[in-house]
Design a protein around this ligand. Structure first.
Ligand code: NAP
Length: 254
């Protein structure tokens, strides 16, 4: 049986690249999404292709499936975990990737926009970390990888809600690494910089240009650059790395 990985927000962008990469690494992948079923199906097809091409030996044992759930909702998050476990097996790798932005200066930021971002970017990770902690502890194995952001490390004008959620995610990561370490469960965060996805396509041209100007490698990152870091953290080679934050930003935030 292939090991099971659950990736939240796996339908698009960074989440899709993570699903594809974990499939290529030989994992069974549960692809979560909230509303975009067509995109989730595309991820599923990409996983099947990646597994067949890169991990043919493991491929026969691996399974791929899509799961609709708003992971910020505790009931839906728990139902998702139960369904994935029932249908695919115990979850060994959890990637908390689902995220949203509702940008604006704090003077004009509504409480709803603050809450929405905190709920998806932080509460969802809490829901799922809590949900898998018992079974991972029992298995004495598990990898939790939280997708934070460089904005959570350094802040960003116009993103107080987003930066707060991503900074809190790092605090959650470090605390859980300490709580679950004795059970051989590792918990790490990955902080992407400026990665080309639907999320950053929504930024204005001038915002994109100003971010690009700060990147030493002089190009935006690709979703697969982030997926490579996740792949490493999920691998046997990363067994002794926990509570860490890996920045994937082309030397943007140094
Ligand atoms: P994206 O292209 O906008 O994709 C967001 C994904 O999250 C989609 O799969 C979406 O599902 C899913 N999602 C949103 N709300 C959800 C919910 N309540 N429950 C379940 N799934 C939900 O975003 P991205 O750029 O790939 O970003 C992925 C992660 O990386 C986010 O946490 C983001 O904050 C972080 N990040 C991104 C960048 C960047 O430059 N792109 C930089 C730093 C950090 P649907 O398709 O169903 O809507």
């Amino acid at each position: 049986m292939a090991k099971v990985a659950l990736v939240t927000g796996g339908s698009r962008g960074i989440g899709r690249a993570i699903c594809e990469r974990l499939a290529a690494d030989g994992f069974s992948v549960a692809i979560n999404y909230v509303g975009n079923e067509a995109a989730a199906k595309e991820t599923l097809a990409a996983c099947e292709q990646a597994a067949a091409f890169k991990a043919p030996a493991a491929c026969e044992a691996a399974t791929f499936a899509t799961y609709a759930a708003d992971v910020s909702d505790t009931e839906q998050a728990n139902a998702l975990l139960n369904k994935v476990t029932e249908e695919m097996g115990e979850i060994v790798v959890l990637v908390n990737n689902a995220g949203i932005t509702r940008d604006g200066l704090i003077m004009r930021m509504s409480v709803d926009d603050f809450d929405a971002v905190l709920n998806v970017n932080l509460r969802a990770a809490f829901n799922l970390c809590k949900g898998v902690s018992r079974s991972m502890s029992k298995q004495r194995a598990g990898r939790i990888i939280n997708i934070s952001s460089v904005v959570g490390l350094y802040g960003n004008a116009g993103q107080a809600n987003y930066a707060a959620s991503k900074a809190a995610l790092i605090g959650l990561t470090k605390s859980l690494a300490k709580e679950l370490g004795s059970r051989q469960v590792t918990v790490n965060a990955v902080c992407p910089g400026f990665i080309r996805t639907d999320m950053t396509d929504a930024l204005s041209e001038s915002q994109q240009a100003s971010m690009l100007a700060q990147i030493a490698l002089q190009r935006p990152g690709e979703a697969k650059d982030v997926a490579a870091a996740v792949s490493f953290l999920a691998s046997e080679d990363a067994a002794y790395i926990s509570g860490q934050t890996i920045v994937v930003d082309g030397c943007m935030s140094l």
